[in-house]
Design a protein around this ligand. Sequence first.
Ligand SMILES: Cc1cc2nc3c(=O)[nH]c(=O)nc-3n(C[C@H](O)[C@H](O)[C@H](O)COP(=O)(O)O)c2cc1C
Length: 193
Amino acid sequence: METLEIKKPLTGTTIDPLIQKRWSPRAFSQELIPEETMNSIFTAASWAPSAMNEQPWQYIYAERGTPAFDRLWDCLVEGNQPWTKDAAVIFVALYNRYYERNGRVNRNAAHDLGMANAQLLLQAASQDVYGHILGGFDADQLIDTLELSDDQVPFCMGVLGYLGNPDDLEEPYRSRERAKRSRKELNEFVTKL
Ligand SMILES: Cc1cc2nc3c(=O)[nH]c(=O)nc-3n(C[C@H](O)[C@H](O)[C@H](O)COP(=O)(O)O)c2cc1C
């Protein structure tokens, strides 16, 4: 509860409570995520907009305590390994490089995967499941591990789980778990012409 208060966005403007609720934790409880909840989370991702409704995203995931989880976890960079081992789920978010309809390169695919990820994270938060997206992984190792084709681009990985106790984390992760979140001011990234 204390962590939730610390992580709440400090903003003078009203934003949706679900957006306020989402953040990227490192401390996860041991609880696994029911399949029904995972299906809601992936269904929410599938309703993201995408160029030509191509839906170029793919998710490959594994549950903690399985050899598949360990194989995916092994692909993470060192700094991401200590705190992700307790997550309930580890996943890979991929996009298809080529349009199914004509075989051309889909230049919108990374954007569309990001949209799907955002919806995935918000749906998860609405069910008290928190996600942490991870760019720190060895892509070549992951491609080998999953025997991915040239069409399948593993853009990022991520973990999902219920919130745990920050005291169980080692440093520097414990301090990060208690640090306030921050964002740029609107005038740093919004221009009204
Ligand atoms: C594409 C992407 C890659 C990321 N890679 C990592 C990572 O490798 N390790 C990590 O601890 N966090 C990673 N993050 C999480 C960000 O650090 C985090 O979203 C950011 O600090 C904002 O915090 P918030 O999600 O709690 O609002 C990544 C996030 C994104 C979207």
